[in-house]
Design a binder for this molecule. Sequence first.
Ligand SMILES: [Fe+2]
Length: 160
Amino acid sequence: MPIIWESKLDTGIDVIDSQHRRIVDYINDLEIAKMKGDKAMVTDVIEQLIDYTQSHFGFEESMMEEAGYKFIKPHKKVHELFIKRVTEFTMRAAKGEDIVDELHSMLAKWLLNHIANEDRDYADSVKQMVGPAAAHHDVVTAKAEARSGFISGLLGRFFR
Ligand SMILES: [Fe+2]
């Protein structure tokens, strides 16, 4: 079953919400690749998902840092553990083990839970810092803005 985005997953920071939606798209693509039995596509999607998620985590962490979020350390740790877990899956896959089902369900559960809980928690600090209006810019708008802007400056560092 593909994951359908629900508004309860929104943090209220548009740029973060669009990144989260993209990660969910990757998880859904992984399911499609799995159902098709397309091994090349599976590998490709996993690679892209890891790459994108790492950029996203970096982006989030810098945002938390600049907003002075007090639980940044444990949040970073949670990101680190997640990457470690996913890396373990890729190592098992490299040895020829079929990990796709297990990986897919871990990703779906872990990310949705993380977005709904830990990410929602830092969002309040960030929104307070940038102001509610600045939080409501989508990626395109944020990119088009002055490079000195809080969010757009961060975007330039992690995404092109
Ligand atoms: Fe996070």
